[in-house]
Ligand binder design. Structure first.
Ligand code: PA5
Length: 423
């Protein structure tokens, strides 16, 4: 069980001496995170969140999930950004849960909303509305529409058991709505920002309802919390990852391409892009987080990655043991000359494609690291989330930014509110 970091394809790009030279900056970042002495220290609740998550909450949500499964055929999860991506990323990575989850409030596309409204008419659903601030336009507008549709279909106790709010303890309109309507609600801790919130009720409530093993998920994060607390850079792969990306950034590698040969990692990369983009992209600085799914995108982005402007490094996400096996058949005539792989497991071929790509990209001037998960389950994903959260805390502090605010996100909101006439 576990997560490994392979750095063999950094040779000639990041030397041992350069990595060692980052140790003091890493140690300072570690201290600032653990002693709460750095920028944005009011938002460090995620650092020890896994070990502080009460088992009683996990049990309560598991019991609630059983009840919801007894009366609902689908879950509608309303939220955007940190109140959406971690949920979707987890479910896509795990191949779904017991109940299907439909998403709303992460865009304002009419066609998507029409499908959700049809779903409410056709099936028995439970709605989870998630917004830390309780004031975000997309989920607020979506909830207005969905709440009305739910009230048309259900009433009284039936309605109340089908709407669950996840929001701040005291502030925001969603808190007021939940309290006034008597909807069940869960609290997002004040000191955990949106993009760090997947291990709070933001992720735990909808994931439990969908049927994910949230105990294993939190246990994975707990393992990460323990493992990535070491101040010894040579032993802490999370801190190595943070340090390496800063060494590469200083050498002009300003784009980090997360690449995976496993399509179920696609939304993990979307979650990671928010985490790293919002945490580091400020003050004219930051590594631009991008993602590809291979080998699919080798037939579209492959040329650019191999041969385009050399300002990129890659982080591969690999899965060591996949759940299933499919063997490639032999053919008598061997017209396509692929009898060379006859009898091989398809995942073996996939892994050869990865090895060839890592090697070719390295030779083409794209250094890369590989993060390998032993297997694609809730435990390893919980650990990976913690790895990336801690990684961006350290990396952002090394970069010299406050990794825990997002002032840039407000710019479009101010202009939009003016256009909407919102007070
Ligand atoms: O990281 C963040 O804080 C943001 O991306 C939020 O998650 C996003 O804007 C949604 O905010 P809220 O949960 O307050 O609706």
């Amino acid at each position: 069980m576990g997560i490994k970091l392979n750095t063999e394809y950094l040779k000639n790009f990041v030397s041992d001496a350069e990595l060692k030279a980052m140790a003091p900056a890493v140690a300072k970042a570690h201290q600032d995170l653990h002693q709460k002495t750095g920028l944005g220290h009011d938002f460090l609740g995620w650092v020890d969140l896994p070990s502080k998550t009460p088992d009683a909450l996990i049990t309560e949500l598991t019991v609630l999930a059983k009840d919801v499964a007894s009366h609902s055929e689908a879950i509608i999860s309303i939220g955007i950004g940190g109140s959406y991506l971690g949920i979707r990323s987890t479910l896509e990575f795990l191949g779904g849960g017991r109940l299907p989850v439909y998403y709303a409030g992460h865009n304002m596309a009419t066609a998507d909303m029409v499908r959700i409204l049809e779903l409410i008419q056709q099936k028995n659903v439970t709605v989870v509305v998630i917004s830390k601030s309780g004031t975000t336009t997309e989920p607020a507008v979506a909830f207005r529409i969905i709440d009305q549709a739910m009230q048309k279909k259900y009433s009284g106790a039936e309605l109340k058991k089908r709407i669950i709010c996840v929001t701040d303890a005291k502030k925001g309109a969603l808190r007021q709505i939940a309290d006034k309507a008597g909807y069940r609600s869960y609290i997002i801790p004040d000191d955990v920002g949106g993009r760090f919130s997947v291990l709070t009720p933001v992720g735990l409530v909808p994931l439990a309802l969908a049927g994910v093993d949230i105990k294993a998920f939190v246990d994975g994060a707990r393992a990460g919390e323990k493992e990535y607390a070491s101040t010894d850079l040579s032993k802490n792969i999370c801190y190595q990852y943070a340090a390496i990306r800063n060494v590469l950034y200083r050498k002009g590698k300003v784009i980090e391409m997360m690449a995976s040969f496993y399509p179920n990692v696609q939304y993990v990369a979307e979650w990671w892009k928010q985490l790293y983009g919002e945490s580091e992209g400020k003050g004219g600085q930051g590594i631009f987080p991008a993602s590809t799914i291979l080998s699919t995108d080798l037939h579209s982005m492959g040329q650019m990655m191999q041969d385009g402007i050399r300002n990129m490094f890659e982080t591969f996400i690999m899965i060591d043991k996949v759940a299933d096996q499919v063997f490639i058949p032999s053919q008598t005539e061997d017209t396509d000359k692929f009898n060379c792989v006859a009898g091989k497991d398809l995942d073996w071929v996939n892994k050869q494609a990865y090895k060839a790509t890592a090697d070719a990209h390295y030779e083409g001037g794209v250094p890369n690291m590989v993060i390998t998960l032993d297997q694609a389950d809730a435990f390893h994903l919980g650990q990976l989330y913690y790895f990336f959260e801690k990684g961006v805390g350290v990396s952002g502090y090394i970069l010299g930014v406050n990794p825990f605010d997002q002032p840039g996100v407000e710019a479009y909101k101010t202009k939009m509110f003016a256009l909407l006439g919102k007070k």
